[in-house]
Ligand binder design. Structure first.
Ligand SMILES: Nc1ncnc2c1ncn2[C@@H]1O[C@H](COP(=O)(O)OP(=O)(O)OP(=O)(O)O)[C@@H](O)[C@H]1O
Ligand SMILES: [Mg+2]
Length: 281
């Protein structure tokens, strides 16, 4: 991977398309957008609109059938510049918490002592300093997810891809980890592409939201979110502009709903409480 021009976007997608099942499922069609260095972009949209597929294309795990994807000026290759965090942490169960982080630091060619020091510093950053020697099964889901985040940050990626990283967590843990993510991001400023079903979470965290619509997965709208930074200290959720933006996004999602059957599908995807809340009629 190379980076010729610092003004060049760190991620660039042009007319990306992808089908599955011999063309029967049109997962993505004509997706074009850029992500700048250090930018926080969220991908939002109903289940099946292609968010995970798009992350995997950006990560270089699957190739687009049409169009081009560039990360740091070249076709993406999975590796230390590109880190991915999934919905569950996927830790190696036979290694300790620190061992899981050291494991990825080996790829960077650090000495044992440096790896250990770095692993412990990262665990401190995600509030797990005292759990370095614990095994994954001894941690709660939220704690494991923090280890996953620390592990992704260990390689100091220029790009961090996150696929619903907080979806499986309880509301309180989710809130804490959102704040931690904002803090880590404000210190390190890697580019983040964050997939979420949670409209409030997208508006809270990101600087730009790419709203996708399903069948085929296409961009519905790109929304700029310009609340005061750092958000970890200036919670935008009490601002009138926050409510206006979430209402706007929900009304777009309602526009995607054509009939009752689809509404049911969406209620499943987003959580029916959210839909009730969103419907002003
Ligand atoms: N490996 C695969 N083989 C066949 N079809 C696939 C594959 N991966 C994704 N698809 C299809 O592509 C479409 C987009 O799937 P994708 O997982 O990207 O959606 P998503 O937006 O991440 O959904 P969710 O919000 O439920 O996670 C879906 O119709 C899905 O069935
Ligand atoms: Mg997905």
């Amino acid at each position: 991977m190379k980076m010729d021009n610092p003004d060049q976007p760190i991620i660039s997608l042009r007319h990306v398309g992808k089908s599955f099942n011999a063309g029967q499922i049109r997962a993505l069609e004509d997706i074009s957008f850029d992500v700048r260095e250090g930018e926080f972009v969220s991908l939002v949209g109903p289940s099946g609109c292609g968010k995970t597929t798009l992350l995997r294309i950006i990560n270089g795990l699957i190739a687009p059938e049409e169009g081009t994807v560039c990360v740091m000026g070249a076709p993406p290759v999975p590796g230390p510049h590109l880190a991915m965090v999934f919905q569950s942490a996927r830790l190696l169960p036979w290694l300790t918490v620190a061992g899981n982080i050291e494991f990825v630091l080996q790829l960077k060619g650090l000495s044992r002592g440096d790896r250990l020091a770095r692993a412990r510093a990262l665990l401190g950053a995600v509030g797990l300093r005292d759990f370095a020697d614990a095994f994954p099964h001894e941690l709660s889901g939220g704690m494991q997810q923090r280890v996953g985040l620390a592990r992704a940050l260990a390689v100091e990626p220029r790009v961090l891809l996150m696929d619903e990283p907080f979806a499986a967590l309880d509301a309180m843990t989710r809130e804490v980890l959102r704040k931690e993510l904002l803090l880590l991001w404000s210190r390190r400023k890697m580019a983040i592409v964050f997939v979420t079903h949670d409209i409030d979470e997208a508006v809270l965290l990101s600087q730009r939201i790419v709203l996708l619509r399903p069948r085929p997965g296409r961009i519905d709208e790109v929304v700029n979110v310009s609340f005061p930074e750092p958000r970890s200290q200036n919670d935008p959720r009490t601002l009138p502009a926050f409510a206006a933006m979430r209402e706007h996004l929900w009304s777009r999602i309602h526009d995607m709903v054509q009939d009752g059957a689809e509404l049911e599908e969406l209620a499943g995807a987003f959580g029916s409480a959210d839909l009730q809340h969103a419907d002003p009629r």
